[in-house]
Design a protein. Structure first.
Length: 277
């Protein structure tokens, strides 16, 4: 009973402000230095200096961070501007590349057209060259036809069964037959002594040109004028003597009428060369 009454009196006393103040003093006497009896922090001069120094350091760090941030913002702005310039350049390059691709396509089309034109021109040129070759060949035949007509009427009459001379066309047509060429060679051999140098030159030229005309019709030559030289040893397989030649062997002194070979058939001798030894 007494304890209860004491507790009641104690609780009533603790409600008094003066007692509470005294209790706070007692309690805060045992606290760490730097706090007053009301629990408020109490700082001395050294602590203030330390705090001020710390604040300065923090402010300096904040300013440094602000500068870094400003630099970063400036750098970011510069990079954005540079990126924008690069993007504009990229778009410009893409447009330029697209234009170049278009030009390339046009150039390729023009090149194809030029190649086709060149091919057409080359074909025409080849046809013209062939026509010119034919014209030159015919012109050569025409010249030869006129030279043939310069022979004496008797000579033309004697050879009329071999070479037709009524026109250049007949002259060419009959002259380009191998049998007629061989017959013309035989005609020259038989009449060798009665032919003058001009006649011999014309008739031999006819044989050479007509043989060439025949050869031109094949991929490789068929006939060839025999090649023999003065000083070569007389060979019965390749040579024959003139009627007035008194020697039967020895070196060739004069080549009167060269022979004819078939080079397509292992150089078969068609006509032996007429020589004097």
């Amino acid at each position: 009973m007494e304890n209860d009454k004491f507790k009641e009196m104690l609780m009533t006393a603790l409600l008094e402000p003066e007692i509470q103040k005294q209790l706070r003093k007692i309690i805060f006497l045992n606290k760490e230095p730097g706090y007053d009896s009301d629990g408020r922090e109490v700082r001395n001069r050294d602590q203030d200096l330390m705090l001020q120094t710390r604040m300065k350091d923090l402010n300096a760090e904040i300013e440094r961070i602000k500068e870094i941030l400003n630099d970063e913002r400036s750098e970011n702005a510069r990079l954005r501007q540079e990126n924008q310039c690069l993007e504009e350049k990229r778009r410009s390059m893409e447009q330029h590349c697209a234009a170049l691709r278009e030009q390339l396509l046009q150039s390729e089309e023009e090149l194809k057209k030029c190649k086709a034109d060149i091919e057409t021109v080359n074909k025409k040129l080849k046809n013209v060259e062939l026509e010119m070759m034919e014209y030159r060949s015919f012109d050569e035949i025409l010249t030869l036809f006129r030279e043939y007509h310069s022979l004496s009427p008797e000579m033309l009459s004697s050879a009329s069964h071999i070479i037709r001379a009524e026109s250049a066309e007949l002259f060419f047509a009959t002259g380009c037959q191998s049998e007629n060429i061989f017959a013309l060679w035989d005609f020259m051999k038989s009449n060798w002594n009665s032919l003058n140098d001009s006649n011999k030159h014309t008739l031999l030229k006819m044989i050479e040109i007509f043989l060439k005309t025949i050869n031109d019709q094949y991929q490789r030559p068929v006939y060839q004028i025999m090649k023999c030289k003065i000083g070569d040893m007389f060979d019965e397989r390749l040579h024959m003597r003139t009627a007035d030649c008194s020697r039967y062997s020895g070196n060739i002194r004069e080549i009167c009428l060269p022979g004819i070979l078939n080079v397509y058939n292992e150089e078969k001798v068609i006509r032996k060369s007429l020589v004097i030894v």
